[in-house]
Design a protein around this ligand. Sequence first.
Ligand code: DAT
Ligand code: MG
Length: 137
Amino acid sequence: MATEETLVLVKPDGVARGLTGTILARIEAKGYSLVDIRLVEPSRDLLAQHYAEHEGKPFYEPLLEFMMSGPVVAIRLAGNRVIEGFRSLAGTTDPTTAAPGTIRGDLGRDWGLAVQQNLVHGSDSPESAARELAIWF
Ligand code: DAT
Ligand code: MG
């Protein structure tokens, strides 16, 4: 079976709210494998690389500030169709409308800030996964 890998981040809100274990439990319950995991305090440089596609958007600066506000848990996650599968498990970007049953839908909320603090990141394509894994690991 062809196994693929994706980058998952538990963002600073997830770590600060003590949800890392809950999020890892959901990932493991789904059957995906942790290949590598580390606690990172990302530099602005690292985040600018990671979020290059969003440069110039209104939420870009608040996004970088938010991501530098505390430690992030970076995970190299493996499994069959894990890129698509983790995105599905995470739910859509806005926690208010993310489906119940998803990480963002069940655990996230809209704080009315300039940037969505939505607990997790997951790569959105094989190209993004390869690029992002090289940045974080
Ligand atoms: P996703 O994290 O679902 O892949 P994305 O790549 O479009 O979403 O955006 C990266 C992050 O930027 C997202 O997790 C939260 C923030 N963000 C995106 N769109 C936003 C918006 N319209 N308002 C506020 N924050 C936003
Ligand atoms: Mg994205």
